[in-house]
Design a protein around this ligand. Structure first.
Ligand code: GLN
Ligand code: ZN
Length: 774
């Protein structure tokens, strides 16, 4: 029999219940007991959903109040001393590591506010989920917590009649994903010997509690690994795969493990190996061939990272191929990864076009799919005929729909030429023409696009969405906001203005709503970090721009400004990366469609008299494939091409800007340079100015505005501080290259600190202007 399993279930609940509860707890509105009870309720609900769907192997310990890696930090006592001095409860210490220490005042204690106490948070592989980074001391010791969470949650499920498969993050991944704490120099992986006995103890306790199988996640096997990490698998699993403990399913996901296949030689004592066959179906043969004679393959064939209905025919074929090689008893049907990255249930979506809704499957629906695929393979297709037929029909509907086949879009794509990716003239010619038109001073000042999104803006937008005010009324309101914003920039004496983006709800959604080929959910939330959830738009079909998207606002703003107005767009890669992409055409095709739509917008802005246009690409770097090599080079090629295609339609005298929320360009500098943007604005206020050295080393000829202050906090930088920063930048950049700007958009800030900071910024720029004009 082929059994079914899920690697992890989303924690938030059908209505972001977990978010609401944790935030209520942080605000002092509910007690710790109430929060714990809500967590318990959600766990039970999610186990039941999976059980009712017919899943054989249901995960436990996949639940976390903040983050699963943070759970392990506490589980093994990797808590830096700075958290212990506040005498917090375990749960509060946990939240302090995740989000800093913020506690409202109570009768017995005053408020505490130390946001800087938060541990660094990092993207979980190439997903939009963020985990809390473990930080180790040079003399790190470990201690398994009493009543370990994996055991407690296993017993909790068992009591409810469900024997689960506990999920724990493996020791090699846990250490490899960590780093030395501030001021420490330990190589985390060197602590393996000390950590392993705790894992052994934990497995022993799980076995005693009745766990037959555990899932140990070692997702780092999809990376190119340094020698020490790769070699750590042998000693680790010699210990953890022993016959005394529960059977171990070692899980990998988000990539293939073929380049690390020799590691499997040391994992032959484990019960099963899980691989992601959605991302990399071609690894099946190699992995199956490398298994021991009894070893089981867990085949991840239902996508944990996207919202598409599984193509049963394809999935069953893959599972059948595995069964051919290994036999039914040695194959498990599973989700490709944890379902954490998918929304809870499609049942909440009442507003979706039914034609499109029929193509989707969220976590609850995916659970059913996994059970159906397992049954189809175990008992034959006849046993689930109806489900297979319905699925085939839905696949057919999607493949033949006019939404996924826009002939005009395809025609246009077939006519894209190499030339369309190139500006007319090289940069020196362009900048001369731009300078003539824009007449900017040395050290020009600008901002990144958005100005504070006030409560009033949100209120009016909400009213408009709910039809409580008319389109004209809303438009008037937005015009007034733009007027105010322009006036303030005049007063501040900035050099290149922006309209302030008051009309934008979100930098991707706003564009998605104005393009064909996008769909939106009302409740399709996925966890991004902690209690924070995002609701990614979905690319459902061929993308086209039926009408201009931003021209009205930018044109109006330009018409009331005495200085150049910068038009503001979200780039093709960011639109794609922050959406659920299609899985039926390559992402490069989707990026090109987005690029063509944006190209028209850019040209229309130019026609409307907007001669500075910024195309933001903050997501360019995060799309970088996890491993170096062909996949990465290919990605960079089509990503860069799509940016160039979207921007190269303008005249030489129109200035193209781009913005990035980071400044580590070492590993893909040539791609940034290849964008051929006239001006780059980047984050640099929190990073070392030394990172700018790469621009010198590579003789980067174009303009750069490395953010001179951090907009992520309300703190107002002094003029002196900004001047010091500029002086530092001038060690690397030429004066005629340097723009002065904040390090990101200002939408999350209040006006008060925004004005104060910009006054200091403009004055700092003026000081340097004076100095250099002599
Ligand atoms: N133009 C956007 C803004 O100012 C850029 C935001 C971003 O890069 N994250 O808000
Ligand atoms: Zn930014």
């Amino acid at each position: 029999m082929v059994v079914s399993s899920i690697l992890g279930f989303p924690r938030m609940g059908a209505n972001r219940d977990l978010k609401k509860a944790t935030e209520a707890y942080w605000a002092g509105k509910i007690s710790q007991d109430e929060l714990l009870a809500e967590g318990k309720r959600l766990r039970h609900e999610h186990w039941k959903i999976q059980k009712d769907a017919g899943i054989d192997s249901i995960p436990s310990n996949d639940f976390a109040f903040y983050d699963q890696v943070l759970d392990h930090i506490q589980l093994f006592g990797v808590v830096p001393e700075r958290y212990t001095k506040y005498n917090l409860s375990k749960l509060d210490e946990y939240f302090a590591m995740g989000r800093g220490l913020q506690k409202p005042a109570t009768d017995s204690s005053s408020a505490v506010d130390v946001p800087s106490l938060a541990q660094e948070m990092v993207k979980w592989f190439d997903s939009n989920y963020h985990y809390v980074k473990p930080t180790l001391q040079d003399n790190q010791t470990f201690k398994l917590s009493s009543n370990p969470k994996p055991v407690a949650e296993f017993l909790e499920a068992k009591e409810a009649g469900i024997v689960t498969r506990p999920v724990i993050l493996g020791p090699v991944s846990f250490l490899h994903l960590g780093k030395a704490d501030r001021g420490q120099s330990i190589e985390p992986i060197s602590a393996l010997d000390k950590l392993l006995p705790l894992y052994e103890d934990l497995l022993k306790q799980l076995k005693e509690a009745g766990a037959e199988t555990v899932q140990i996640d070692e997702p780092i096997l999809v990376f190119d690994l340094p020698k020490a990490a790769k070699e750590a698998f042998k000693p680790a699993y010699e210990k953890l795969g022993g016959s005394n403990g529960p059977k171990v399913v070692l899980a990998t996901y988000f990539g293939d493990i073929v380049h690390n296949i020799d590691v499997l030689d040391h994992l032959k004592n484990l019960y099963a190996i899980h691989v992601d066959l959605v991302r990399n179906p071609e690894q099946l043969n190699t992995v199956a061939g490398a298994l021991g004679p009894q070893q089981v393959l867990s085949a991840g064939v239902v996508d944990g990272r996207n919202i598409w209905k599984t193509n049963f025919k394809n999935a069953i074929e893959i599972v059948e191929a595995a069964v051919q090689k290994l036999g039914k008893d040695r194959v498990i049907v599973a989700s490709s990864s944890s379902l954490l990255h998918t929304p809870h249930t499609l049942a909440s979506e009442k507003k979706l076009n039914p034609e499109i809704a029929d193509w989707f499957s969220f976590a609850v629906e995916k659970a059913k799919e996994i059970a159906i695929i397992a049954k189809a393979v175990t008992d034959g297709p006849a046993s689930v005929r109806e489900a297979l037929e319905a699925n085939a029909k839905s696949q057919q509907s999607r493949a033949s729909s006019s939404i996924t086949n826009d002939k005009e879009v395809k025609d246009r794509q077939s006519k894209v030429t190499e030339e369309m990716h190139n500006r007319k003239s090289p940069f020196p010619d362009r900048i001369a023409q731009q300078q003539q038109r824009l007449n900017l001073p040395l050290f020009p000042t600008t901002t990144i696009g958005s100005f504070p999104q006030t409560k009033e803006i949100r209120v009016q937008r909400n009213k408009f969405t709910k039809n409580e005010i008319t389109a004209e009324e809303y438009e008037k309101f937005i015009e007034k906001e733009i007027q105010d914003c322009v006036k303030i920039q005049e007063e501040l004496d900035l050099d290149v203005y922006v309209h302030g983006e008051p009309e934008r709800n979100d930098m991707v959604q706003y564009f998605g709503e104005r393009l064909n080929g996008y769909a939106f959910t009302t409740n399709g939330w996925v966890q991004s970090y902690g209690s924070r959830c995002v609701r990614p738009p979905i690319v459902v079909g061929d993308i086209a721009r039926p009408a201009p998207m931003t021209v009205k606002e930018s044109k109006y703003a330009a018409s009331i400004s005495k200085k150049p107005m910068k038009g503001m767009l979200t780039g093709p890669i960011t639109c794609l990366r922050w959406s659920f992409p299609r899985d039926d055409v390559h992402q490069s095709v989707q990026a090109q469609q987005l690029a063509l739509a944006l190209r028209d917008e850019v040209v229309d802005l130019e026609k409307a008299g907007v001669f500075v246009i910024q195309v933001d690409e903050p997501a360019l770097r995060e799309g970088l494939p996890l491993r170096a090599g062909k996949e990465r080079t290919d990605y960079l090629k089509w990503a860069v091409d799509s940016f160039r295609l979207s921007t190269a339609g303008v005249e030489d005298g129109t200035q193209i800007h781009s913005h990035f929320c980071y400044s580590e360009f070492q590993d893909f500098f040539y791609a940034i340079a290849a964008l051929d943007a006239d001006v780059l604005s980047i984050e640099n206020s929190k990073s070392d100015a030394k990172l700018l050295k790469v621009f010198v080393d590579e003789a980067y000829p174009r303009h750069i505005g490395p953010g001179v202050y951090d907009i992520h906090s309300p703190r107002v930088p002094s003029q002196k501080e900004i001047e010091d920063r500029i002086a530092e930048m001038l060690q690397y950049l030429k004066p005629e290259q340097l723009w002065i700007d904040p390090d990101c958009g200002l939408k999350t800030r209040q006006w008060k600190e925004t004005k104060a900071a910009l006054i200091n910024m403009v004055n700092a720029a003026k000081t340097f202007r004076e100095k250099y004009s002599k």
